[in-house]
Every structure is written in C-alpha cells, then in structure tokens.
Design a protein around this ligand. Structure first.
Ligand code: MG
Length: 305
C-alpha cells in the first residue's frame, strides 16, 4: 500500500480515505485532461482532452477507453444536469452546450448582451435547474486549447442561465479568471476558484465563497475561503459531508467546510479537475494532465443529479 498516496494533515481526513486504496492510473495519452463527468446509469465517465479536441469515455464495466466525440469544440468542464444530460463548456465553440437524449446538441449560452462569450471553462447545475458557468479567457488566449481571438466582453465573468426563459445574467464580475465552481450542500454558498495568477502576477490562487441570495439567482460578498498551497486551484467538488476536494499542482487537496486543509491525495501529475462516480459516488475520478486516475474514498460525493 503506498502510504504516500495520502497526506493526513488533520484527523478529520483519516475518516475520508482508506490507506489500502491506492491512486490508480486508468488511462494515459491525453495532452491536457479536464472536465470529468459520471453517468450513473451507463456506468461510464466522460472527460475532455482539450488540445486534442476530443471527449473520451471510460467504461467502468470493462476498463476500456474510447473516443466519445471528436471534434468536440475543445470542451473543458462538464457536468450532468438534473435530468441526466451532459452539459459541456466549449472553448472552441465559445459556448455552453447540452447533449440531448437523442444525441443532438443544443446551445445553452454563447453570448452575453450580444457579445460572444470568451471560452466557458466549468459548469454546475443548481437544484432549480439553473446553469452556472465561468468564462475566463484560456480558450481564446492562444490556439493551444481553442481558437485565439480578442475578448468581445473584455472581462471574465461567472454567468447564470435561467431555467425558465434561458436568459443569461452575469452574477460575478469581480474575479480575474473565474474557473472551477460548486455550490455548498444547501446551495447557500457558491464557491469559485480564481486562477487569475496566470495573468496577474501575485494574484491570490484561491477559492472564494459567495453568498447566494434568498431567491437563488444572485450572489454577493465574496470572501476568500482557501488559498492554494501548490499551484492553482482549478476544478473541485464537494462530498456529502460538505468537504471540498480541489485540484492542485501536487494532487487533490481536501478542505473541511470551515476552510481547513485537512489532507491531500497525492497524484503524480498536475490535477485540473475531478468528480465523484461509481454506483455509490465514492470513486474519486481525477483528470491529471496526461492521465485519468481514480481512487476509492470513504465518503460519497454530494448528489447533484
Ligand atoms: Mg477549469
């Protein structure tokens, strides 16, 4: 058992992991792996290989990996909505799209006030069906993971798509490069990672906690929740106890709801994103640069679908 797979920094973390469970590499051969999303009924995981403009699929039943979609608009973050449909952030397509049950693809958002989005990065669906996504510039900064272009909006915002009328509102306009995002279990807090340090030297690499308004449509405040101690936070998810499992340069960092870094899962590559999967949502799938990893943990992921 590689004890080095974990760093226990607080006794609370000991209960969340099993020292016998090692981090397994399930696939390698990506250029930049991102955006894992688990499909419970099909027992498979899809994830993005952004520079290679493809979505891959890992089949839990036989361990096989195949190409799910290529080209795919250089997808980045994914989620599964409350109906079980794939929602994708597309760098190349500069939109958020949804794959319908019949396989057709619908545009959810591609502009704000008539200006094209930059390059949607990560997305979550709230229990009311609203779709919240970040729109930094990484997919238009160069041709590596999208198509180089000027920002029409000139800012990097977080947006909310109304489930009723499809209207797109900017809900966070004060971040430098908003990136991964997730709601607290009771949806009273929206956590958002800011990777602005890639563009503004010295900008804090942190997750910010915003208070969600009573009507669930706006956020306010914005208090630093946790500062990254290795590289930058990118995507993250919550378990059903409210702990935050966040991507970082040396693996996955786990934060208690009070913001304490309680432990780490060490991964041999820079981690960009993760999600819980498996029939019990206790398999932590991790996209780490060239590879897909998985480790079974002792806590279940928050139920978001
Ligand atoms: Mg991201």
């Amino acid at each position: 058992m590689p004890a080095s797979d974990y760093e226990i920094l607080d006794p609370r973390f000991k209960k969340l992991v099993n020292g016998n469970a090692s981090v397994r590499q399930l696939y390698t051969g990506c250029q930049w792996a991102e955006g894992p999303a688990w499909f419970a009924a099909g027992r498979y995981l899809v994830w993005s290989d952004i520079p290679n403009n493809r979505i891959l699929r890992y089949d839990e039943t036989d361990g096989q990996v195949s190409v799910f979609r290529q080209p795919c608009g250089n997808t980045n973050g994914h989620t599964v909505d409350r109906q079980g449909r794939l929602v994708s952030c597309e760098h190349g397509g500069r939109r958020v799209s949804r794959t319908e049950f019949d396989g057709s693809i619908t545009t959810i958002a591609d502009n704000w006030q008539g200006k094209r989005l930059n390059s949607p990065n990560d997305v979550v669906v709230k229990s009311d069906g609203s779709i919240w996504f970040s729109d930094p510039s990484y997919g238009i900064d160069n041709d590596y993971e999208g198509n180089q272009a000027e920002s029409e909006i000139g800012r990097c915002n977080v947006y909310r798509v109304d489930p009723g009328n499809g209207k797109i509102e900017a809900v966070i306009t004060d971040m430098v490069r908003p990136n991964g995002l997730a709601f607290s279990l009771d949806e009273s807090t929206l956590y958002v990672a800011d990777t602005g340090a890639t563009h503004v030297e010295g900008h804090p690499a942190h997750i910010v906690a915003y208070k969600v308004a009573a009507n669930g449509k706006k956020v306010s405040g914005g208090k630093p929740f946790a500062k990254c101690t290795a590289g930058l936070f990118d995507g993250f998810r919550l378990d059903e106890q409210g702990n935050i499992w966040a991507s970082a340069a040396d693996g996955v960092h786990c934060y208690a709801p009070d913001g304490t870094l309680i432990g780490k899962v060490n991964v041999p590559e820079v981690v960009a994103n993760l999600c819980f999967g498996g029939s019990k949502r206790n398999d932590l799938y991790i996209t780490g640069t060239t590879s897909l990893y998985m480790v079974r943990v002792m806590v279940n992921g928050a139920k978001t679908y």
